[in-house]
Structures are given as C-alpha cells and as structure tokens.
Design a protein around this ligand. Structure first.
Ligand code: GLC
Length: 523
C-alpha cells in the first residue's frame, strides 16, 4: 500500500479569508469547520491551513508569537481540537503550517534575546556587530524590501531577518533552538495533525562567515529589489538539510505517515536535494515550476520530463498552480486555460495542491490603495508584488459579502466573484466547480491517475499530451490538453472519460482550449 499522501489531493485554506463565523471580517477556525463539507463535496483528501497561531499579524500570521496556541482572531485551542475531530470524522487529513525560519518580534524568545548580549536566549537569533562604518554587517537584502539587518539600539547590534524586521530569524545552528522548534512539531503531532507544510525552508541558515551576496546580472528595474543580489550566501545552505532530517525523524516517530512538505522556490536540481539523503528529508518539496513556466505545450512538456527525470529513486512528485503568495492561475493564463490547467494539475503524476478559490476559477482582485494590507506592497509599492489580490475572501453564496462574513471583510471580495460563488456554481454542470469535482472523482476512480506511471509526455503544436498507466490492470489513459485557442485534429481514438468542455467531445477534434482524458483500449 502506498502511503496516503501519494494518492491524496491537498487543499490549501488561507484561514483569514475562508469563512468568518463571528462577524469580525476575518475568517476563523469555527468557520473552517462550518465549510468542511465543501471540501468533502469537492473530493479532496487533506486540508493545509496557513498559520492561525498568536501573532501581531505583521505578516498575517507568518510572524508567530506563540507556536503552540491559537490567535484569538481565529478562535481557541479548543476550536482547533474541534476542527481536527470534525475533519477526521470526514476522513479529511489536517496539515498545519510550520514556520521555523523566524518568529514574531513579540515572541518571548526574541524579547529575551534582544534584552541583553549575555542573556541565555541571545544566541537564539542571529545577532552581529555593525560593519566598521556602523552599517549592516553584510549587504544581504530582505525579501520584503530594504536591508535584511536591523540595528537594535538596546544592545548595539544588528539582527538578521530574511523577511520583515518584525520577523527576526531564529539561529538554527543553536541546538537549543532546534530542540525548542522540534518540540513544536511534537505538540501538534500529539494533537493529531497529519503533517506540516514547512515555511520558507531554504532560508533557514545563512553563511557563517558573513560573506556578501553577489550582484544579480539579470535583475531589471521593476523586479523585486531583493532580487538585485543572488542569494548565494543566504539561501539553500548545506546545514538546511540536517535540520530537515531532524524534522523528519520527529515525524517518523509517529504512526500513520505524517507528511512533511517543504516550501522552497529553487531550480529543479537543487529542489531534489530536499527529498533528503536516501529520502530522509521532505516527503514533498513543493514543486512550484508550473508557476514560472510559459503556458505553452512545449515548455510544459519539457518541464514535466525534466522534473520526472530529476526525481531521485523512490521520490514522489507533486504539482502546484497557485498559493497565497502568487498570482492566481486564472489571472495568469485566462479563464479558458484555467480549465485546462485544472485538468493538468489533477492528471499529472504526483500529489496536487489546490489553493482555495482555484476550484471556482477566482481571479486576482485589484485592491484600492486605502485597503492594502500586505506589508510587502506597503514597503515596495507599485510593482505588483503585494499578495492581497490573491487573498480575498471566498464567495460562498449570493449576498453582499458572499456569505463570508456578516461584518466588513478585511479585504474586499472580488466584484465578479459573487457570481462565481460556491452556491452559484454547485448547480451548474458547466461551472469550474463542477469540472474540479468531476476531475477529483475521476482521479478517485482511476488508479492510473492517482498512482500510475506517466509516459509519452510530448507537445504536438499547441497540444500537450501524456499517458498515465496503471501497471496492475494495464489500464492506459491518454490526456490531451489544447493550450491554444485553435481547434486541433485528433489522431487518437479511445473512450472519452472527461472533457473540460463538459459536453461530449467532438470525434476527431480537440476544441479550442479543450482538455480531454481518454481511455485507450489495449492492443
Ligand atoms: C512564506 C509564506 C509567505 C510568508 C513568508 C514569510 O513564503 O508563504 O506568505 O510571507 O514565508 O514567512
């Protein structure tokens, strides 16, 4: 029996924007419980919930002030226990977001660390003396703009933060930090969670010799200012691997295959290292490469082949179309192709992760300047880096706030999103939601899709094609995706199982933007 997560489909919930239950305009844990049946009807197997821990919300929960509790805006620990019970009762697994790289600056650890140079927690964070000119110790840049070092007058040293100054980096070279952070995993594993998505793992350790990062010759104005430098000294350092292996040893000590997924935006060859020595690392290092590959048949076919070929022996693939940090797929490639993308995601070999709202075809929502929330947009305005447009509330039903809240939502709902609500789409067989449900149901019915091999990945003009095979039964499926707007001839016959166009396929033709799964008869 393969482990559960290989045949599973994961669904990401961004809790601030999923469902509000108390009218404060921010989603919460009881809200997630109230909407679990949407996930059941959709047909996913696991829900990954972005951080809900106590936080000053400088980075909306990715600045954790207490790793082992629930922020009052999201509920209480008892609400979490109720959520996990309700999810498990529906055979849904629960995956938490684990943020090991940094804490909030209000975390008691950082408060103790910054209080004095000689305190016992001083070395829990990354403190350095100023450069001889009094400036920062290195040229390292914060992902969210500005230097990655902030001077703290209390003790006359700088502390390092890969992200906001309110998110000081933990010092993972300190064994006490490792122990304390591994204890966080145990806290939630003991409460029954089925796995973790590990945040920003490639940032965990920085160069001990404090060497500068080199300039990036490819940077052009308009790109994130953090990309002016290559992150040679601040990312993907060798020690990251031993930290991941330690996390994996903790998860391995629990029964039931607790899943570890790593967030690392890295080239394919480097990403593979995150499966770990003899696969003792992440079960799934997130594969974000569909986010950056041109939406054309040849580059995507090449990506699939390159990724599959690079997987180490025994490694299981995974695919992603979007998340709470990246422009929504329907905005990147358009509404028509978003349907083809759904078929791609759910018919490729490997564990797919769906970001909330993808199943409705939601698009990026323009945010008026006075409603901007994301600190990245505030610190580096006008470049389109802000992530608010992809974090707007889920539209559940008709009504002014789409059933998301009875109050004022923390971010506006998309104007055209109300018409795309779950209730509106549920009864429409031609809707995106209906397509997602059909794809997930097909995946459940066809072991070739959930667990089978992949072969014959090719581009033929604008058509991307591949086969999926269930070795046990010999069942062979052909996936054909027309990534263009022109009709294409079909040279293969087989029994059509599902078309993105709902209506039965036209014999011998692939309509514009159509995706098709066919069963190929043996012989
Ligand atoms: C990850 C999260 C992102 C967050 C950052 C800092 O990239 O996905 O939302 O801002 O880490 O924690």
């Amino acid at each position: 029996m393969p482990p559960w997560w290989q045949g599973a489909v994961i669904y990401q919930v961004y809790p601030r924007s999923f469902q509000d239950s108390d009218g404060d305009g921010v989603g919460d844990l009881p809200g997630i419980v109230a909407r679990l049946d949407h996930l059941v009807a959709l047909g996913v197997d696991a829900v990954w919930i972005s951080p809900f821990y106590p936080s000053p919300m400088a980075d909306f929960g990715y600045d954790v002030a207490d790793h082992c509790d629930v922020d009052p805006v999201f509920g209480r620990l008892a609400d979490f226990d109720a959520l996990i019970a309700a999810a498990h009762a529906r055979e849904l697994r629960v995956i938490l977001d684990y943020v090991p790289n940094h804490t909030a600056d209000t975390h008691p650890w950082f408060q103790a660390s910054r209080a004095s140079r000689s305190g016992p927690k001083r070395d829990w964070y990354v403190w350095r003396d100023p450069a001889p000119d009094g400036g920062p110790p290195t040229n390292w840049l914060s992902e969210f703009g500005g230097p990655a070092w902030t001077f703290d007058p209390v003790t006359g040293q700088y502390f390092y933060h890969a992200y906001l100054p309110q998110q000081p980096d933990l010092n993972w070279r300190n064994p006490e930090v490792q122990d304390a952070m591994l204890a966080v995993l145990r806290f939630w594993l003991d409460r029954g969670v089925d796995g973790f998505r590990v945040d920003a793992i490639h940032h965990l350790v920085e160069d001990a010799c404090l060497r500068d990062n080199p300039p990036n010759p490819d940077w052009v104005p308009g790109q994130s200012p953090a990309r002016r430098l290559l992150r040679t000294r601040t990312m993907d350092q060798p020690e990251v691997q031993s930290a991941i292996a330690a996390m994996r040893r903790v998860s391995n000590a629990y029964p039931g295959q607790r899943l570890l997924i790593g967030e690392a935006y890295l080239p394919i060859d480097r990403l593979m290292a995150y499966y770990g020595e003899a696969l003792g690392g992440f079960h799934l290092p997130f594969n974000f490469h569909l986010l950056s590959t041109p939406w054309q048949a040849e580059p995507i076919a090449a990506l699939i082949r390159r990724y599959e070929a690079a997987l180490p022996e025994g490694a299981w693939p995974n695919w992603v179309l979007g998340n709470h940090d990246r422009s929504r797929v329907a905005s990147r490639i358009g509404a028509a192709q978003a349907r083809t993308a759904a078929m791609l995601l759910l018919t490729l070999r490997g564990t797919p992760t769906i970001y909330q709202g993808e199943e409705l075809g939601l698009t990026d929502v323009p945010i008026p300047p006075d409603r901007v929330q994301d600190p990245w947009e505030k610190r580096v305005p006008g470049l389109g880096l802000g992530r608010d447009p992809v974090r707007t509330p889920m539209p559940w039903e008709a009504g002014p706030e789409g059933g998301f809240t009875t109050g004022t939502p923390w971010l506006p709902l998309g104007q055209d999103h109300r018409a795309a609500s779950v209730a509106a789409q549920a009864g429409d067989p031609g809707s995106m939601l209906a397509l997602y449900r059909a794809l997930l149901a097909l995946r459940r019915r066809e072991p070739a899709l959930a667990l089978g091999t992949i072969a014959a990945v090719a581009a033929e003009g604008e058509v991307l094609r591949y086969e999926r095979l269930d070795a046990a039964t010999g069942r062979r499926l052909l996936v054909l995706l027309n990534l263009g707007g022109a009709e294409q001839g079909l040279d293969r016959c087989g029994t059509p199982l599902l078309s993105t166009h709902g209506a039965p396929p036209v014999a011998g033709r692939l309509r514009p933007h159509e995706g098709l799964v066919l069963a190929i008869e043996a012989g």
